[in-house]
Design a protein around this ligand. Structure first.
Ligand SMILES: C[S@@+](CC[C@H](N)C(=O)[O-])C[C@H]1O[C@@H](n2cnc3c(N)ncnc32)[C@H](O)[C@@H]1O
Length: 252
């Protein structure tokens, strides 16, 4: 393609007005640009959109018009409550709008590919919520790990509780529950009974307290029974704020 492009601009005498960067777009340093128009290989749709909207280097562009596989485009434009609503749509929707422009039939290509396409225009939102984007991305990764489960079910999973308790500063795992002498005696008894090392019992109790804390946070505003796939951006932002306020962090 680069060869054909060079030949074409040379034929038009426009070579001085075009810089061709011949690199892997996912690895290349992207300069600030105004408009992106691209017919991309569909296999890089997700990482390319992530790079445009959430890359380490913050890009500020007017629009990105991309030809995407039709099903992917619809998933990207899904709204809370739609059957396709997913982590990609919730993350992209937080920082950008995605507008459907047109469908392009596979029959319009030679040779004819296996899939139909849709053209969409992505535009960054002018006002972004004041949040740590990496924290948001880690939070939605957890919330959308089991898309159709309730938050209560997602956050009761032992694996999730352990993962989160490791990321959360020690003071926040304690749940503000102060132990009395009776509880400490009980723990010592438990240690002798089951033959565990003291630290193992202690860790188990802390994780137990942490789980109570998480469930307590979810229950405060009825989040326990909600499904992430049906929640608005504002509801998800409120929940993340609530977790962070209580010292529960997702990206550490
Ligand atoms: C769907 S074709 C489109 C070609 C041309 N733009 C057009 O519209 O006819 C995708 C093009 O992207 C190139 N490509 C594939 N992966 C790439 C990557 N990671 N970085 C940059 N270009 C890539 C392919 O070599 C191919 O030329």
């Amino acid at each position: 393609m680069v060869g054909a492009l060079r030949k074409r601009v040379e034929g038009l005498g426009l070579q001085d007005r075009l810089t061709i960067v011949e690199e892997d777009v996912l690895k290349a340093h992207l300069p600030q640009f105004d408009v992106c128009v691209a017919n991309i290989p569909y296999g890089i749709s997700s990482p390319l959109i992530a790079k445009l909207l959430f890359g380490k280097i913050k890009l500020c562009f007017r629009s990105a018009t991309l030809l995407l596989q039709k099903e992917f485009a619809w998933r990207l434009m899904a709204k809370p409550g739609d059957s396709e609503f997913n982590r990609l749509a919730v993350n992209v929707g937080l920082v950008a709008t995605v507008k459907f422009l047109m469908n392009v039939s596979k029959k319009d290509f030679v040779p004819c590919p296996k899939v139909d396409s849709s053209l969409v225009r992505i535009q960054q939102r002018s006002e972004l919520p004041e949040i740590d984007m990496n924290e948001w991305l880690a939070f939605t990764r957890t919330c959308f790990s089991k898309r159709n489960k309730t938050l209560g079910a997602i956050f009761r999973q032992k694996k999730k509780i352990l993962e989160l308790s490791r990321k959360t500063p020690a003071c926040a795992t304690n749940f503000g529950v102060s132990e009395d002498d009776h509880e400490i005696d009980e723990r010592d008894d438990m240690k002798e009974t089951i033959g565990l090392e003291y630290e193992d019992v202690e860790d188990g109790l802390e994780v137990g307290h942490f789980k109570e804390k998480i469930i307590g946070i979810l229950k405060t505003k009825g989040f326990d029974n909600k499904r992430p796939s049906k929640m608005s951006h504002q509801e998800l932002l409120d929940l993340l704020h609530l977790f962070n306020q209580h010292g529960v962090l997702f990206n550490c």
